[in-house]
Design a binder for this molecule. Structure first.
Ligand code: UDP
Length: 149
C-alpha cells in the first residue's frame, strides 16, 4: 500500500552545513550547492555571514584542545561563509557522503572535497556528524522564524 504522508516523511532529517572561506573566495557556492541538490538534499535555509574569530571559536569548541584549533578559527573567520540547513532522507549521513573525507587526499572521487578542497584544513565544507550536533549547530546560526521550511 502507498505510504501515508506521516510514514513517507519518517526519515526526513535536517543537517547543518557551512560552505567555508576557501570555497566562497573561489566563487564555488553554486557548484557546491548543485552537489547537494543532485544528491537529493534540499537547501531549506541559507545565509552568507562573516564570523568573528570568537564566534568561530565557540562553534568549534569541541576542538579547543586540538593543535589545529587556532588556525581553524583564524581560517573560518578570514572571509564570509555560507551557513545552511539541508533537508532530506537521512540527510546527516547523505551530506557526509557528498562532502567526502576530511582530508581531500582521502576523499572519494566526485565528492565535494575531492573536487574542490585545497587541504585538510581548507576543505570547503562543514557538515554535522550526528542528530544532536545538527540540532545544536542549526540553533547556533538560525532562529525559529528562519526555519519554517
Ligand atoms: N582540521 C584541520 N586539521 C586536521 C583536522 C581537521 O585543520 O588535522 C579542520 C578541518 O577544517 C576539519 C575541521 O577541522 O573540517 C573539523 O575536523 P573534523 O575532524 O571534525 O572533520 P570534519 O567533520 O569536518 O570532516
Amino acid at each position: 500500500a502507498p505510504l501515508s504522508q506521516g510514514e513517507a516523511n519518517m526519515a526526513l532529517e535536517r543537517t547543518f552545513s557551512i560552505i567555508k572561506p576557501d570555497a566562497t573566495r573561489r566563487n564555488l557556492t553554486g557548484k557546491i550547492n548543485a552537489k547537494f541538490e543532485e544528491a537529493g538534499l534540499r537547501i531549506v535555509a541559507q545565509k552568507r555571514i562573516h564570523m568573528t574569530k570568537s564566534q568561530a571559536g565557540k562553534f568549534y569548541d569541541v576542538h579547543a584542545e586540538r593543535p589545529f584549533y587556532d588556525e581553524l578559527c583564524e581560517f573560518m573567520s578570514s572571509a564570509p561563509v555560507v551557513v545552511q540547513v539541508l533537508e532530506g532522507e537521512g540527510a546527516i549521513a547523505k551530506n557526509r557522503e557528498v562532502m567526502g573525507a576530511t582530508n581531500p587526499a582521502d576523499a572519494a572521487p566526485g565528492t565535494i572535497r575531492a573536487e574542490f578542497a585545497e587541504s585538510v584544513g581548507e576543505n570547503s565544507v562543514h557538515g554535522s556528524d550526528a542528530p544532536e550536533t545538527a540540532a545544536v549547530e542549526i540553533a547556533y546560526f538560525f532562529s525559529g522564524i528562519e526555519l519554517v521550511g
